[in-house]
Structures are given as C-alpha cells and as structure tokens.
Design a protein around this ligand. Structure first.
Ligand code: FE2
Ligand code: FE2
Length: 336
C-alpha cells in the first residue's frame, strides 16, 4: 500500500471504540498511525484487497470491522489460515504478511489503518519472515524411502527443514497433481540437499507457490544479514532458483499466451539488479538497494504480475506449478 501521504483513499475518522482482538502475528511495539482508509464495502472493495497482498517494509496494517462481518485469509508460515472477523473486531498484519478478503456480506464494511512501527528498522530483515526457516524443525533422512515416509506423515500445517543424504535428482516425488506439499529446495550438492517442506491444509495454486517462494527467500535473507553462513548460501540458492523459474518457465509461458512484454522486460531488468546487488551484499549501499528492490519487486509480482500470468496461461498454470516445484536448486545434480 502506498504511504498514506500519497494515498488518495486516506482520511482520518475517529477510531472504532469496540474491543480489540489481539493479532495472531503480533503487534507493533510502538505503532504510529499514518493514515486510515475510507470505509470499504462489497460495492467499492478494491480488487487488490481481494488478492494476496502485504504491508510493505516497516508498515503495519490494522483492519477494523465497522459493520457486519468479514472472512479473510492470511499466509502463515505453515500455510493459508482463514479467519472470520465480526463487528468491532480488528486484526494487525505485520510487514510482509500476505492476506486477502475472501468474503464480505453486502451490508458489511471495514477500514484499514496504516501504521509505522517506531521501533522498526526499515533496513532490517523482517522477523516474521525469518521464522519461516528459523522455527522449522530440522530432520535428516538417509534415503528416498525415508523422505517419502517423512512427507507422508507430515501433519497438516507443519513444516520441516529436511537434510537429505542423497542426490536431489534422485527424488522424483515433488511434482504431483494434488498440491498440498510446499517444496522449496534450499541447497544442494552431489550426494546431499536441504529442502523446506510444509503440508498445507488445502490445495494451493501457482500464485500461492511463487508467493511463498518469495517468503522463503526473504526468510533466508533474514539469517544472511545476521551473518549466518548457512542462510547466506540458502539466500543465494533460493533466489537464483526463483529467478530461473520466472525467467525460463513462467515468463516464456506468459509471453506465449500474449502477456505484457514491457512488464516482463522490466522484471528481468530488476532481476539483473538483484543479482548484481546480491554480489555486493556486504556493502551497505548495495544491501539497502537489494532490500528495497526485492521488497517492491516481490510485491509487484504478487499483486499484479502473477494474477495476470494466471489469467493468460489458463489451464496451463497447473503444469507450470508442477514444473516450478520440481525446479532444481543451483548445485543439484540431475539423474538422467
Ligand atoms: Fe521476479
Ligand atoms: Fe518472484
């Protein structure tokens, strides 16, 4: 969302006085109200609020239900979570938290507040994104049957960082038609690989997978900026894999289906800058540029590009999703 100073929908009515519901994902330590939206109704609900979107770096959103009730979804570390909010309830969305409106009755309305966290650091990694990796249980598996058994038994909503002691190319079970398993390879070398897996409680689509891949990259970034060598390697591998998926799989399919060539050119130019800044991540200026560019790039893709990709490729999206999940991470060896 734009800063409220530039936001045409922002005004400053009195805050609702009904009791607050504590946000599931924390609250800013020192919120500073920057602006408040108009009342959104079913008739004037912007399309972007129906789509996955997220507050920017150092921006928190607080949703107040001012009439009727509202059904929302947000992307948690373990998958998509649904929530029903009633009149007077509110919910905080932390920087980077993807959420969307899934249902509202014709007589319902709500408002959005935009806050900055006075204690937040715009140049710091987002702590909520970092937990995606930091709080995942680590497990080791020796062979393909052990990995298959682990994935089969993985409970809904749970995730693991799996260290496998065999070639990534030996695993052929990642691409399936029924997508409830998020699979994000973090690193690979001959004879071993590491992958983040999570079992979703519902089927997910191409947009959800690519958006979650952004979250994995940003989680790795959090550790990398804290000088963790493992996270630094994961950042470089997951980002390169993601850029390759877009450049070699998604964008060609999108353009072949009549997609916007100028948009793709702009995105590929930004990819080049991301690669350049990543090489200079130890330099403060490049680090700042990388953080800002990645944040805006990911948001633009999730809000504008991926919906347009899905609209253009139609039924091909399912095959693209399979191929994206099966895409190897740099360093992986392929078994012919
Ligand atoms: Fe991209
Ligand atoms: Fe992307």
């Amino acid at each position: 969302m734009d800063p409220p100073a530039n936001h045409p929908e922002t005004h400053q009515p009195a805050a609702p006085t009904a009791g607050a519901v504590t946000g599931l994902r924390g609250e800013p330590e020192q919120p500073r109200l920057l602006g408040r939206s108009r009342a959104y109704t079913l008739a004037n609900l912007p399309e972007r609020l129906r789509q996955w979107h997220a507050p920017r770096i150092n921006r928190w959103e607080r949703l107040w239900v001012t009439g009727g009730s509202l059904a929302i979804e947000y992307l948690d570390a373990s998958g998509t979570i649904g929530a029903e909010l009633a009149l007077g309830e509110n919910r905080w969305f932390a920087p980077g938290t993807r959420w969307r409106v899934v249902h509202m009755a014709p007589d319902s309305h709500f408002e959005l507040e935009i806050h900055a966290d006075a204690k937040g650091q715009a140049e710091a990694p987002q702590p909520l994104r970092s937990t995606l990796l930091e709080e995942a249980l680590s497990v080791a598996v020796a062979d393909v049957p052990a990995l298959a058994a682990l994935l089969h038994a993985l409970p809904l909503g749970e995730r693991r960082v799996v260290h496998a002691r065999f070639d990534l190319g030996a695993w052929s079970g990642t691409a399936t038609g029924a997508q409830t398993l998020f699979w994000h390879p973090l690193a690979a070398a001959p004879g071993c690989f590491t992958v983040l897996v999570a079992r979703s409680d519902r089927l997910f689509d191409l947009r959800a997978y690519l958006g979650r891949d952004h979250a994995v990259i940003e989680a790795a970034l959090g550790g990398a900026l804290a000088s963790d060598a493992n996270y630094d390697a994961w950042l470089r591998a997951t980002l390169e894999r993601h850029l390759q998926i877009e450049e070699e799989l998604i964008f060609p399919a999108y353009l072949a289906a009549g997609g916007n060539e100028a948009w793709v050119k702009g995105l590929k130019d930004e990819h080049a800058y991301l690669r350049q800044y990543l090489c200079e991540l130890d330099q403060p200026i490049s680090r700042r540029r990388f953080l800002r560019l990645l944040d805006g790039h990911d948001e633009k893709e999730e809000r504008v590009i991926y919906p347009d990709v899905v609209a253009h490729v139609g039924a091909r999206a399912a095959a693209l999703l399979d191929a994206a999940i099966a895409w190897p991470v740099p360093g992986a060896t392929r078994v012919p």
